[in-house]
Design a protein around this ligand. Sequence first.
Ligand code: ZN
Length: 117
Amino acid sequence: MHELGIVLSIADKVMEVARANQLTEIKAITMQIGEISSVIPEYLEKCFPAAAERNPLFENTELKIEILPARYLCHVCGESFSLGEFEEAKGCPSCKENQLLELLTGRECFIKNIEAW
Ligand SMILES: [Zn+2]
């Protein structure tokens, strides 16, 4: 489980932003996580209190998580499609290719937005 490390680095980054902007309280942090990223949103939520502990900046912080859908591009026919379509067709839905596919989105893990006082 590497979510604690991720949460700690998020906390570090937010603290940097808070310091630079002289923020005293972080209201909410919005994270964007790709649908097939190795990060499990539930674990992230569970680990967050550990990272927030003993830090007055995060006393009332809400962690919001947005899931970004995965999309693939087929290098054979140029079609792009979702994870659901890929699973259903077991490859590219239009030409059935299952090797020359590129993941366009779906592995993201970043801070989208910080709300603060
Ligand atoms: Zn194709």
